[in-house]
Structures are given as C-alpha cells and as structure tokens.
Write a protein that binds this ligand. Sequence first.
Ligand code: SF4
Length: 311
Amino acid sequence: MFKSDRRMPSRCGGPYHIVNLFAIGYNFPMKCYLCPRNCGADRDKGERGFCMAPALPVVARAAAHYWEEPCISGTRGSGAVFFSGCNMRCAYCQNREISAFIKGRETDASELRDIFLRLRDTGVHNINLVTPTPYIDTIAAALKDPIGIPVVYNCGGYEKTESLKRLEGLIDIYLPDVKYAHGDYFAHASAAAAEMFRQTGKYVVDGDGIMKRGVIVRHLVLPGQLDNSKDVLEYFAESFERGSVMLSLMSQYTPNGFGGPERRLTGEEYREVVDYMYMLGIRDGYVQEPDSSCGDYVPAFDLTGVLTDEH
Ligand code: SF4
C-alpha cells in the first residue's frame, strides 16, 4: 500500500520515491480507443489498428475542392485536407487510394497548422478535414488558436461521442455520413450526429449562401438498398426539427470493382427516395441530379498543398 509520506520500502530494503509521472513528462503508452473500433493499438509504438493510421496525421492533399455541397464549396472552393487512413474502409469508397492505403506525408501539429494557414491564404471558404477521425488529438492541437475561417469535420459518421467532445469549440461545421440505419454503425452514427448538433446548434448560412456553422448529414443512396435509405430518412425526420440540420441526399454511387453493388443507382430509384424525403417533410438541404455518379469528384492524391519548397 502507498504510504502518505510518499516513500515506501522496497523488497530489498531501499526506498521507492513516488513521483508524478505526468509532471515529468513520462511517455505513457497511448493505446488507441479513439473510435468505436476500439482497437487498442499502441500507435506511438508503430502498431496499426483497423484504420491503419500511424500516430501522426498523414496528409495526401490540401487544396481547393469544388465538389462539396454548394454552401461548403461556394465560389472559391472548400479547403479540403485529405487525411490517409479510415476507420470505415467501405469497399465502394471513392477515395480508396487513401482510405485503404496510407499515402501522403506525415505531419505534426505545427506542420498541420501551417498547411491549414497556407490553404486559408488561397482564399478558400473553409478548412475541410476529410476523414480526420484517427487524428483528432493532433488536429485539436493544430487548431488550438483560431485560423480565421470555419473548420469542417467531414467524416464517415462512425465516431465516438467522447472523442468528438475533445473538438468542442474547434469545429464550426460537421459533415458526417449516416450510411446505414441499423446495427452498431447506426448506434454510433446517430449518437455522433446528436453530439455534433449539440456543439454547433442550428445551421447558419450567410447572405452569400456560405455555411458558417451547423451540421449537414450526408446519405448516399445505394443501388437496390432503398429500404435502408428510407429508414435513414425516417431517423433524420424524427431527430431534427425543420431548420436545424441539413440533409444531403446523394445519388453519386459509382462501382469501383472492389466490392459493393456492381451497378449505378437508377434515376427511378433515386426519385423514389427523394419523394419519400419530401413525404416526410424534410426540406433543409440538397438533392443531386438523378445520375450524378462520376469519377470526377476524386482529386489527385499527389501531395498538392502539402509539400513546400522547404520539404
Ligand atoms: S482510430 Fe484507428 S486505431 Fe484507433 S480505435 Fe479507431 S480504427 Fe482503431
């Protein structure tokens, strides 16, 4: 038992000195439980969990992106910072090159902040963190001081609320997917969306149509899975009152040959889901053209905006 005089005898007779390990900067093993996968990987020691992410953020591209929702992309683009590694790794992912593989440059909080600031200075409307989940703590450190434009957290929805709480006050706009209306994924994604809304409150769009705060829930309609989409829409309608959270109902599913449905969504399928959305009274947000499937939404993961002359 520890004694109150902060000294205790060792078995060989010498004293132990009890010291505050936090105060002297001892490097505790940091096993990763950031997301619902709960891998317990010691990423500081080189172990990789499901997301395959190393300890520090790996960035594959940081540049203006024009394919987000109009209130995010605006006229000058969204400053998209693409992180490598993903805790979802959907077979049909558009960004498979960086979600199934780790590709890019490893950065610390200081370098990451420099990337954000350089991108901000190009005139983009916001800094858009794409697939940031495995790197929450380094991102929080990089955003410790405000960067002057809104920060968007753009994720697959499979988040832990306690991890999101570490970002409170640092993120202005959350852009989560709610992909499926069932199982463990839905339990976490719905709780995460509620936490995101708690942090941001109702969405705010300025006079130029640019979003400043709030949440946009994204849902990609999958071919042949209309019941799942309708269940997601019912969840959304029951959870968020009109004027509070936006919905982005997407039709752009594109088969990639690595899994998932092997055909595109038909216009008829998409219209059925859009009709259901209107029937439920959902009016805030976006729909796409019935057939928006296209590989053009995927940029080159070629370190644009990540490397400088110094690197
Ligand atoms: S962030 Fe990655 S390593 Fe950590 S629990 Fe999630 S999947 Fe596992």
